[in-house]
Design a protein around this ligand. Structure first.
Ligand SMILES: [Fe+2]
Ligand SMILES: [Fe+2]
Length: 376
């Protein structure tokens, strides 16, 4: 009888050749290819050498019995359908066989071979469903994996873009002030050092560092006449200059839906998700608004005192002062490092939070590395 590769192969393991023969005749008539093994040992060798599509196994056999075959198949080929055909008739045997992974249990001698055919077909159908299910699951997992990777890529792009936009906006504010973009980078690096040292999470420290680039963004709204004035400001000009904190805050306030509709022209779309405030912008707003507050309450715009000043603002205050006194500006040259440190020391407890000053000195080597690397 000609058998192509598609014909399912059924291995029968039984120590009685007559019984094996009867199975073979019947199953070949049903269209299957049948192999025979006279005991469990030979059967297992054949299974391991050339995996059949199904196994029919007797329980009581010399050398290696059916329970051992079940055990081995269950461990090594869990998807291989295996049907027990046994004459022992003990309930305990049937239970043990099922426990060891038998897919079905038939009593020997088989009175009506239709029952055998039914058990075989049922087991093949179950195997097919298991296979189909698995490939469906693998396909689904692969799809999820690809989508996740694509999402991760676009998230990264979004984060990079956000960082670029913020740093460039920060740069824009400093360019008008005749500072170099490096002031922004240094302030950012210093802020991260202190934020991490003072116990902020990695994410918050990153947000704070990025936000600190926008501390003077409100200067965009200050006139050149005041911003670039070479001499001292008059009291009236000072009032205007101090407004850069409020201007910065307003610039960083969340957009309302109406504004956004005007800009994007997307009338029908739900824009709530877009106008909602991000952690980053909240942090940036706090810093832009409060970085000129002083620990002793003599700062602006609100004259907040001590711990009423938000910590991110207290951090940016010290790094902004340290960087300003150590950098040259059109109207002054940079102070030597020792003098900068003296200024910070003397500002502790009046302009600056002593805790933040201590953190600064504890990380002095890191600050000086940044200064070295990003010097003007
Ligand atoms: Fe400022
Ligand atoms: Fe600054």
């Amino acid at each position: 009888m000609y058998m192509d590769k598609q014909t399912p192969v059924i291995l029968t393991i039984d120590d009685e050749s007559l019984i094996r023969h009867s199975y073979r005749l019947y199953l070949e008539d049903c269209g299957y290819k049948v192999q025979e093994a006279e005991n469990g040992r030979v059967g297992l060798e054949m299974i391991h050498a050339d995996l059949p599509d199904m196994v029919l196994v007797d329980l009581r056999m010399p050398e290696v019995d059916g329970l051992d075959v079940l055990q081995d198949v269950h461990e090594n080929f869990p998807d291989l359908p295996i049907i027990v055909i046994s004459g022992t008739g003990f309930v305990g045997d049937a239970v043990e066989a099922m426990n060891r992974g038998a897919w079905s249990y038939l009593l020997k001698p088989i009175e009506d071979f239709v029952n055998l055919r039914f058990a075989v077909e049922q087991a093949f159908e179950k195997a097919r469903l298991i296979k189909e299910n698995r490939s469906y699951r693998l396909e689904l997992e692969e799809k999820v994996r690809r989508r996740t990777a694509a999402l991760e890529r676009s998230n990264q792009l979004l984060r990079d873009t956000r960082m670029q936009v913020i740093l460039r906006l920060g740069k824009a504010s400093e360019v008008r002030d005749k500072e170099t973009g490096r002031h922004i980078i240094r302030v950012s690096c210093y802020t991260k050092i202190l934020a991490k040292y003072l116990g902020f999470s990695e994410v918050d420290a990153d947000n704070m560092a990025l936000s600190s680039a926008l501390h003077d963004v409100g200067k965009i709204g200050i006139s050149d006449k005041i911003l670039l004035k070479p001499g001292a400001l008059t009291p009236g000009e000072w009032v205007q200059m101090k407004e850069h904190c409020q201007l910065g805050k307003e610039l960083l306030d969340p957009l309302n839906t109406q504004d956004l509709r005007e800009i994007t022209g997307e009338a029908g779309r739900d824009l709530e998700g877009i106008v909602s405030d991000s952690d980053l912008l909240q942090m940036a707003r706090v810093i832009a608004y409060s970085h000129h507050e002083r620990w002793d309450g003599t700062g602006y715009p609100d004259g907040l005192k001590g711990e009423n000043i938000p910590m991110p603002a207290r951090i940016v205050t010290i790094v902004d002062i340290y960087d300003a006194v150590g950098s040259s500006r059109p109207y002054k040259s940079a102070f030597p490092e020792e003098e900068c440190l003296q200024i910070i020391r003397e500002a502790s407890g009046n302009i600056l939070d002593p805790v933040v000053v201590d953190a600064f000195f504890a990380n002095l080597d890191k600050f000086q590395q940044v200064k070295e690397k990003w010097g003007d």
